[in-house]
Design a protein around this ligand. Structure first.
Ligand code: PLP
Length: 359
């Protein structure tokens, strides 16, 4: 079987050493030594500052919005459900507008049009879908011209750079998910990268019941901390990331080269690297799409409609400035197997099967 995804397995010898250290420290959670070590190593590895570890990517979205004072947001319908439900759960007003048909990312022109039509959202939440950076320069301009905050859902964008600068350094905040299924993981976990230190400070209190060290309770907070066991897994997995990112990029480029003339693929940001977080393809013709899925399945190869349906169809009470591109893309989208344990031979086999079933 070739699985759709397969999490990194942490090196147990290294992990054991960290777990012994935790027992020696007698410190299991609440911003412990391994938590701080992972923070520093991630900041260095990713090339960012003001990185706050949290207990998952959903918390990261919620705490990013809370620190920025988000009350209402305009977001993409083409993303994992968490991008929307994280904020719905907090009773925020959520509105959708369309994606760019080529990149599958939230379209800045559609965002601008929504504001011209009277959208009042104070924050735009845009996902770098499959790790492919949004039009960050355009969103920068919109942010200053319209005085709105930008939060990037960068759950797929670990290790992605634009012109050699981390994509996480754009916007007012970017969030990462370190769920076991993601490119880098701490089993459950996540992080927010803030542009401003003041937002980082506020968020750090918010994830600790609103308690600021030395100042008592300064805000209505909750518990969003990453514990020492999770940090240990992160420290072990981080050692492997250079190899994993190289390998995944290699798999991704092999897929892309082998399939580019037979299926549609999202148009990648021209100044960005690839991290092979996912392998999305799109097939317009429903019968052909089903034939491909069946052929793969008969050969014990998993695939999944991801992301589908378009989220305005799930959250029907949300405001909507038009989502036709998103519906069209979601209608034919399919993710092929992509993970660190796959081989180039696996990819070649899938390419051959796909090409056969498409002709
Ligand atoms: C995985 C994911 C999340 C949620 O992260 P969790 O760590 O699972 O809470 C949010 N947004 C996107 C785009 C994701 O893929």
């Amino acid at each position: 079987m070739i699985a759709l995804n397969s999490p990194i397995k942490p090196n147990l010898k290294k992990l054991q050493k960290y777990l012994e250290q935790i027992n020696y420290n007698g410190w299991y959670t609440n911003f412990g030594p391994l938590h701080d070590e992972l923070t520093a190593r991630l900041e260095a590895y990713l090339g960012v500052k003001n990185l706050l570890l949290v207990n998952n990517g959903t918390t990261a979205l919620q705490v990013a919005g809370a620190a920025l004072g988000t009350k209402s947001l305009l977001t993409t319908p083409f993303s994992f459900v968490a991008t929307t439900c994280a904020f719905k759960w907090q009773q925020k007003e959520v509105e959708f507008c369309d994606i760019d048909r080529n990149s599958y990312n939230l379209c800045p022109i559609a965002v601008n049009d929504a504001y011209i039509k009277g959208c009042k959202a104070d924050t735009v939440v845009a996902t770098h879908v499959y790790g492919n950076p949004c039009d960050i320069d355009y969103f920068d301009k919109l942010s200053s011209a319209r005085n709105i905050n930008i939060i990037y859902d960068a759950a797929h964008a670990f290790g992605i750079k634009v012109n050699n600068e981390s994509v996480l350094n754009y916007g007012d905040a970017s969030i990462l998910s370190f769920h076991a299924t993601k490119v880098f993981h701490t089993i459950e976990g996540g992080a927010v990268v803030f542009k401003k230190r003041a937002h980082f400070d506020k968020a750090k209190a918010l994830i600790n019941f609103g308690i600021k060290q030395g100042k008592g309770v300064i805000d209505v907070g909750f518990n969003g901390k990453l514990n020492e066991y999770q940090a240990a897994v992160g420290l072990v997995n981080l050692d492997e990331m250079d190899n994993i990112l190289d390998h995944r990029a290699n798999l991704f480029n092999t897929y892309r080269h082998g399939l580019k003339d037979v299926v549609e693929m999202p148009c990648w940001h021209p100044q960005a690297n690839v991290n092979g977080a996912y392998m999305p393809i799109r097939i317009q013709n429903k019968a052909l799409l089903n034939k491909v899925i069946d052929t793969l399945s008969e050969n014990h190869i998993q695939s999944r409609h991801y992301f589908s349906p378009s989220l305005e169809q799930v959250f029907v009470d949300g405001g909507n400035y038009g989502t036709l591109n998103s519906q069209e893309v979601a209608g034919g989208i399919l993710c092929l197997p992509m993970h660190a344990h796959m081989t180039l031979n696996n990819v070649q086999k899938i390419i051959i099967l796909m090409r056969k079933s498409l002709y």
